[in-house]
Ligand binder design. Sequence first.
Ligand code: NAD
Length: 486
Amino acid sequence: MTARVADVEVSLDHWIGGERVPSDERFEDVSPIDERVIGEVAAGGADEARRAVDAALSAFETWGRTSPAERAAALHRVADGVEARIPELAAVETEDNGALLRSHLRGVMPRVVHNFRFFADWLLQLRHEDFDTRGHRNHVSWDPAGVAVLITPWNAPLMLETWKVAPALAAGDTVVLKPAEWSPLTASLLADVAAEAGLPPGVLNVVQGVGEEAGAALVSDPRVARISFTGSVPTARAIAARAAANLVPVSFELGGKSPLVVFGDADMDLAVGLAVEQYDNAGQVCLAGTRLLVEASVHDRFVAQLLDRIAALRQGDPRDPATDVGPQVTRAHLERVDGFVRRAVADGATVLAGGGPNTELGGLYYRPTLIADAPEGSEILTEEVFGPVLTVQSFDSEEQGVAMANATRFGLAATVVTSDDARAERVAAGLVAGTVWVNCFFVRDLRAPFGGSKESGVGREGGNWSFDFYCDVKNSVFAPSGQGRT
Ligand code: NAD
């Protein structure tokens, strides 16, 4: 079964062993732009999961033995295919998850291409110096591990999928990808691209379906060698329990409640600009610095400037290049976001901007919201909202600012704005987070480790860290030549 989405024909079936596979069960894929049903997507379960792992295992026998040069060439062909289809992929992604078309065209899809090219090239220069133990040579190699199950969320579907698919394939693993049921379409197009690029059947498989069924079946299969998951903390706990039963290594990239710490010496235009960026993707960004912590001396000036910038944000159809803030992904998610704001107000917080759905636009559009005066320890300061909702608090000293920034069970990212270089170093060192940005935001280099501290994740991916995870790293020790002869 297919659907025509933004003038692109998209298969709504699974892609297993190089074939389109339907399911009797199907689920509705709804566009966040106007809540229309895009199509009925195949809902996989235990059978489809088993079949996909069968296909991936059988393909591993050959793919796991291909040379790094062959794998790198295959990944570059996939990158070429993605590059040639950027406008189509961008348009379909926007229909499917409601994120801005202009971001998909300019940033997200080029980054998908880069994911493939980067890990193809990194594979070719993976090295570890051999070292000597009393004349014996230690040689470290990154051997393929087997079948990798990759489970991903809806907020940046193809980008987050390929950030795992590319290194897993580069490592020589074969892949079963389970995209989020709220944004299944570009993963299906990726399967087409991979097939056109000549990836052998079974090397990349896509199982569509609901997390608790398709996802749970995949992560329970004892034949799986690696599980990499991006999503929420509760789902990670469910996956961890199943993975633990089979002792399968996991990599988890989870939620956040990241601080954006503005010191009195900060460039105020920069600080306010960085704060307003946190509404990107309608706030549905794991890394977003949603807790604005501002030194008391500049708090009022910062808030006044930020309110002006919020008022200037244009909300609307994500296909319109003039739009800054699009819709929430589903009605249930919009209601969840609104629930957080209502409870914050009931707890005594003040809404400085927004505070509810955009009634002029209707649908799934939620107004960019700024909340002040939230009581210490209240839900709005501690739980991830994952919508266009920021809180602002003030602090009196560097020590207090750092303590407030760290006062969360999450540790995904933190942003610091200061013009004092010595302070920047001290504060960056004191923050507990996988990534700290100083006077910038979202600068990502695929060579760098990426992941979260505390409940924001388990492990790191990126550069060598991705290969450490997706490979079976092996040390071979060779006695001096001649010593084995009898
Ligand atoms: P989610 O946990 O609800 O779903 C993520 C994926 O897990 C989906 O594909 C879903 O089908 C699947 N799933 C659900 N239950 C499952 C189960 N029992 N077994 C196996 N798979 C299951 O998360 P979401 O709502 O799609 O995404 C939002 C969350 O993701 C937020 O918390 C956000 O911060 C986080 N996120 C983190 C990063 C990061 O890099 N750290 C990036 C993006 C999003």
